[in-house]
Design a protein around this ligand. Structure first.
Ligand SMILES: NC(=O)c1ccc[n+]([C@@H]2O[C@H](COP(=O)([O-])OP(=O)(O)OC[C@H]3O[C@@H](n4cnc5c(N)ncnc54)[C@H](O)[C@@H]3O)[C@@H](O)[C@H]2O)c1
Ligand SMILES: [Zn+2]
Length: 460
């Protein structure tokens, strides 16, 4: 009561493009009486209707966002359905704050402070029992819906955060294993059965390293693979999880800024072929993503810069200067933004294309440089081109990312851009912005303009 379920529930539904159902409103509609009126007739009658309508909502096949009344969890049947059919988010609120919000209202169970506090204490254990996650704002609820857990020090709590009780095998690279491998093993305790190492960087995403990993894994269907590392590790290990014994559960534990705001979110896994990056892969959403921003402290400066380019991209798409926030909040907000886009378009058939902002140009420059160009530097330049073609000012990119032209072959870059998979009938389709916060998908521009924008990124 007074935790803000109706407000946050409605806002979350809007962010996820889903219908919102407020159980109390539904009860009033169904019975034709207000909640206080129903209570006057007796609480048990109210609870019966509440249980029935909760079951109807929880058994619906449509994906919805629902706010349950504070007493709905008193029903064992409702608690069971919550466990089986829902991601249940507890809106964590102090009793004093919720009492301030509800005192003087017409809520039948908030007449006196003493009884309100007693109720809070009584129900608390039931809330804890059904909660899959806790949140205090819309981003928090969205993250919970996507199974993304952001917590400073989360790595040490991995034992509780990896769902289930079965065996766990850890996949990492030598560097990350050297820094965090021991902590993760300790946190997982006896569940940790084996650790595997992938080669560092993009080499992890080769057919050969996948083959070696498949041979090394001993997981059974009920086991869980934990991918600990940057985007290369989570892409390759996630693909191993998607394919090994036709799919096992996996938990992503991203340790780079790129991983925490981008690569470990959204369920895309992939490896590379000689003909191009990410050509073989699968959609396989991790059962949980555990983001511990504390791991970023050991990240080399260049890797941080790579991630910052994605933070600026996300901020431009969100229409919010996310790059100005402290790094933990940057991570949380960017992760929530990507989670929402991916939940709205899990299979990349529509608006998820907005996440390519700046990337058509970035990929062309990377290809022209023979992939010997940091991704962040390429994305910074790509964002510059996207903003210019959108007719928007570029100050943010200039000041935060300081892009510098790259010395690559212009013809090679142009050929790579024209080969990009977003090309339809010879004309590249670009993601641009109407304004910050308003992406414009599939923009078609005159070839000469695109070429000029690309040329302006090359020099030196
Ligand atoms: N699946 C997706 O949606 C998606 C999205 C974006 C990028 N990606 C992929 O992600 C990959 C790039 O990921 P990346 O930038 O994280 O690179 P990466 O995985 O190669 O990691 C970069 C380097 O940092 C080291 N490292 C990682 N965490 C560290 C830490 N905490 N402290 C010290 N060193 C650490 C690693 O050992 C590695 O050498 C690309 O292959 C890209 O295609 C995938
Ligand atoms: Zn990128």
């Amino acid at each position: 009561m007074g935790a803000g379920k109706s407000t946050l529930g409605a806002a979350t539904a809007q962010r996820l493009g889903r219908r919102f159902l407020d159980l109390d409103v539904e009860i009033e509609r169904h019975t034709g009486s207000s909640v206080p009126e129903l209570f006057e007739r007796g609480e048990s009658e109210f609870r019966e209707v509440e249980e029935q309508l909760a079951a109807w909502a929880l058994e619906s096949r449509e994906l919805i966002v629902a706010a349950l009344g504070g007493g709905a969890v008193l029903s064992a049947r409702t608690r069971e359905l919550l466990r089986e059919r829902a991601v249940t988010v507890l809106l964590d609120v102090e009793v004093d704050r919720s009492w301030e919000r509800v005192r003087g209202s017409d809520r039948p169970l908030a007449r006196t402070e003493q009884s309100f506090r007693r109720l809070y204490d009584e129900r608390r254990p039931l809330y804890e029992e059904v909660a899959d996650a806790r949140a205090h704002d819309v981003d928090g609820v969205v993250l919970a819906a996507g199974g993304v857990h952001v917590e400073l020090g989360g790595l040490e709590r991995l034992g509780e955060l990896v769902p289930g009780t079965g065996a766990v095998e850890i996949v990492s690279d030598a560097r990350v294993a050297g820094i965090y491998g021991m902590d993760v093993q300790l946190a997982l305790g006896a569940r940790a059965r084996a650790s595997h190492e992938l080669p560092p960087g993009e080499a992890a995403k080769s057919v050969e390293s996948l083959e070696a990993l498949w041979h090394a894994l001993r997981l059974e269907r009920g086991g869980t693979l934990v991918a600990l590392g940057g985007g290369c590790t989570t892409d390759a290990a996630g693909f191993a999880a998607a394919t090994y014994v036709r799919g096992v559960a996996w938990v992503a534990v991203p340790t780079t800024l790129v991983g925490q705001v981008d690569a470990a979110i959204g369920g895309k896994t992939a490896i590379d072929l000689a003909g191009g990056k990410n050509l073989v892969g699968a959609f396989h959403w991790p059962v949980r993503t555990v983001v511990d921003p504390a791991t970023l402290e050991t990240l080399p400066e260049q890797e941080h810069a790579n991630g910052l380019a994605e933070v600026v991209k996300t901020g431009l798409l969100a229409g919010n200067a996310l790059w100005q926030l402290p790094v933990e909040e940057q991570v949380r907000r960017c992760a929530a933004f990507k989670t929402a886009v991916c939940l709205r378009d899990p299979h990349d058939r529509g608006e998820r294309a907005q996440l390519n902002l700046g990337h058509t140009f970035a990929h062309a420059l990377e290809a022209a440089a023979g992939f010997d160009l940091p991704h962040g530097r390429a994305v910074a330049l790509g964002l510059l081109a996207a903003l210019r073609l959108s007719g928007l000012e570029t100050t943010v990119v200039d000041e935060v990312l300081r892009p510098e032209p790259v010395p690559v072959d212009r013809e090679r870059a142009w050929a790579a851009l024209a080969r990009d998979k977003k090309v339809v009938g010879g004309v590249p389709r670009l993601t641009l912005l109407e304004a910050p916060g308003r992406p414009r998908l599939g923009a078609e521009l005159p070839e000469a303009d695109i070429r000029a924008a690309l040329d302006a990124l090359i020099g030196g």
